[in-house]
Design a protein around this ligand. Structure first.
Ligand SMILES: NC(=O)c1ccc[n+]([C@@H]2O[C@H](COP(=O)([O-])OP(=O)(O)OC[C@H]3O[C@@H](n4cnc5c(N)ncnc54)[C@H](OP(=O)(O)O)[C@@H]3O)[C@@H](O)[C@H]2O)c1
Length: 251
């Protein structure tokens, strides 16, 4: 595919590299900020433009990887006829693109992506399109760089995005809170890394509900009370600890 990427952030960078690695050609990077477009274009040795500049009309695919709110403004100045246009958002309907082209859809990477990542981990893609032909085209395209491509309609993708926030963003927030606690209490957070890996790794084979452990699960009030006393100087963490303890006890 010959591709124009609109956006220059995390997803634009990581997916752009994935496209190039799998023999697709990036023709241009377009971004609100010209310097950001130029920097990413330099990596792909392609053209660049800001929103005032001319968009390359020779591409087979236009991939829009911008913040969700900006997707709603695109149709004011982007008109691509029958060229395929895809966005990468979990919680935005594909129909946000329907005024721009007669062929549109979604290529949603169900993974946490940061442009600093030097190598790409496994990325499942949830795809959708406005016609059966478009869906097949997107599926075939995504199959060139991922072994895990699944069709998901807007409502399924939205629900999986909610679950993704819980398992990724919330877990990471808990890691950050635990790290802050360890620093303040002068104990080594890094000693917890094997435990974090073990907990995440085992659910590949067993339902997480079946492997829940800990004082809340055992209803060990004696230990819980000790923990809450240690947490008396950490009100934000104590609040989360109590909420999650309650949730585990009721599960
Ligand atoms: N990162 C992830 O892990 C991940 C995973 C799956 C899906 N997604 C989705 O992918 C999309 C892009 O996410 P991202 O992580 O790549 O975001 P990001 O790194 O924050 O980059 C945001 C991009 O949006 C542009 N932008 C910001 N505000 C804008 C505005 N008002 N008008 C036009 N453009 C604007 C920025 O352009 P300039 O820099 O030129 O201003 C930048 O290129 C989002 O829909 C997100 O939900 C992200």
């Amino acid at each position: 595919m010959r591709i124009v990427i609109i956006g220059s952030g995390n997803v634009a960078s990581v997916l752009g590299r994935l496209f190039v690695k799998n023999n697709h050609e990036i023709l241009q990077v377009v971004s609100r900020n010209a310097a950001h477009a130029q920097a990413l274009a330099a990596e792909f040795d392609c053209g660049f433009a800001d929103y005032e500049g001319a968009i390359n009309k020779e591409a087979d695919l236009y991939l829009v990887a911008v913040v969700d709110s900006a997707l709603y403004d695109l149709n004011n100045n982007l008109h691509l006829g029958n060229k395929l246009i895809l966005h990468t958002a979990g919680s935005v309907s594909k129909d946000v693109l329907k005024q721009i082209s007669i062929n549109y859809g979604v290529l949603y990477p169900l993974q946490s992506l940061r442009k600093e990542m030097e190598y790409t981990r496994e990325i499942p893609f949830l795809i959708d399109g406005n016609t059966d032909e478009t869906i097949t085209l997107i599926k075939d395209f995504a199959g060139t760089f991922s072994g895990h491509v699944v069709k998901a309609a807007d409502d399924e993708r939205l629900k999986l995005h909610v679950a993704a926030v819980v398992v990724s963003n919330f877990s990471n927030h808990l890691y950050a809170m635990a790290e802050k606690f360890c620093i303040k209490e002068n104990v080594d957070f890094k000693l917890l890394l094997p435990l974090i890996k073990e907990t995440a790794g085992r659910i590949e084979y067993i339902s997480p509900a079946e492997v829940q452990t800990g004082p809340a699960m055992r209803k060990d009030v004696f230990t819980l009370d000790k923990h809450l006393r240690v947490l008396s100087d950490h009100p934000a963490l104590k609040y989360i600890y109590l909420k999650l303890t309650d949730s585990i006890m009721k599960s």
